[in-house]
Design a protein around this ligand. Structure first.
Ligand SMILES: Nc1ncnc2c1ncn2[C@@H]1O[C@H](COP(=O)(O)OP(=O)(O)OP(=O)(O)O)[C@@H](O)[C@H]1O
Length: 345
């Protein structure tokens, strides 16, 4: 067996790419390790921003092709009429505007890896051409009359449900099987919220210490409760926003709400004018009608929480001290009463 020693001399830690120790991330890293040294095609499925491209890079970097080219193409971002020449290249004069020969991504990725992102967006006629190249291992430039052998590992990714696309007649089943010899699923950030502290530390790495914001416990609790429609990309943006807006300060749950666009900037906290209809009602003078004891107790609780937060200038840990509550208990109660949407001035 011929082994390229240069490849073996360059081991990479998959952990450097795929941050997080949650069970789904450990499973994913294990799968990446298993597929890295094979040449079988891999299809990566997962929501937008969950890290599909990071997984593709990790597979390439951990495998035998690591020292060869890694070429990426977003099939959704390229106009349909250009994608053929992007993938296969073209000869001079092949079409209007083709003033010079162009080498396509397949040739550029020879011996290496070609990452086809948003594969579900590829037009049906292109799917046929792609399948042919994958079956034959030969690529013909547009306008050319010879076929060149290519040795390319294909990794593709999609956030779409391709099984549904196949059922709807939008995606070829034969291409799906060809691309997805191994299927990997990248979890959403909400499914691995416990990784958030590690991901924050990862995004802060390499930044100047003075710019780092520190996310306190209440902030982490709040971040972990968020549903993260934009997944890891959204978290990265939040960390960057925090560094820009709060420049090295400590971020608490209120600041997180501001960063997520859920609260106005904190100045003097003013309790909502009419928090709940039953806030701290007077004692009934007569007992002609029954009272709603639970609502009254909750009204009092809400009123005290708002007052304490006002005294503490919105600092949750201080308000919790004033109320002799644990900070997490206070945060839970604030969530229950919607106090994080309190009107601030
Ligand atoms: N496990 C991870 N460790 C470190 N960074 C990550 C991880 N997952 C995602 N990221 C970061 O999140 C951002 C989005 O990741 P990526 O582009 O890979 O997502 P995607 O699923 O391919 O998105 P899209 O569907 O929009 O193409 C990038 O900045 C990436 O570096």
């Amino acid at each position: 067996m011929c082994v390229d020693t240069a490849v073996i001399a360059k081991p990479i830690a998959i952990e450097e790419y795929l941050i997080g120790d949650s069970a789904p991330m450990r499973l994913l890293r294990d799968m990446v390790r298993r597929v890295a040294n094979a040449s079988a095609s891999v299809m990566i499925c997962g929501a937008s921003g969950s890290g599909k491209e990071v997984v593709a890079r990790a597979i390439h970097a951990a495998g035998l092709r690591a020292t060869k080219a890694y070429v990426a193409l977003n099939c959704g971002a390229i106009p349909a009429e250009l994608i053929e020449s992007e993938l296969f290249g073209h000869e001079r004069g092949a079409f209007t505007g083709a003033q010079a020969r162009r080498i396509g991504h397949f040739e550029n990725a020879h011996k290496g890896t070609l990452f086809l992102d948003e594969i579900g967006d590829m037009r049906f006629d292109m799917q046929v051409k792609l399948l042919r190249v994958l079956e034959d291992g030969l690529v013909s430039r547009v306008g050319g009359n010879s076929a060149l052998p290519v040795d390319v590992r294909i990794i593709s990714a999609t956030h779409q449900n391709l099984e549904q696309a196949i059922a709807d007649g939008r995606f070829r089943q034969d291409l799906y099987f060809r691309l997805g010899v191994v299927l990997l699923h990248v979890p959403t950030l909400a499914e691995r919220a416990e990784d958030i502290p590690q991901l924050i530390a990862h995004f802060q790495r390499g930044k100047h210490k003075a710019e780092h914001c520190h996310f306190d416990y209440s902030a982490i609790v709040q971040l972990q409760a968020h549903d993260w429609p934009g997944n890891v990309r959204e978290l990265r943006n939040i960390v960057e926003r925090a560094n820009v807006l709060f420049h090295g300060e400590t971020i608490d749950a209120f600041a997180v709400d501001q960063l997520l666009g859920r609260a106005a900037p904190r100045m003097n906290i003013k309790p909502r004018a009419a928090p709940v209809p039953d806030a701290a009602p007077p004692q009934p003078e007569t007992w002609d009608a029954p009272i709603d004891l639970k609502a009254q107790i909750e009204g009092i609780e809400l009123e005290r929480i708002q007052t304490a937060l006002g005294h503490a200038d919105g600092v949750i840990s201080e308000a919790a001290r004033l109320l002799t509550l644990k900070r997490t208990t206070l945060i839970e109660k604030m969530r229950k009463y919607g106090v994080d949407r309190v009107v601030l001035q």
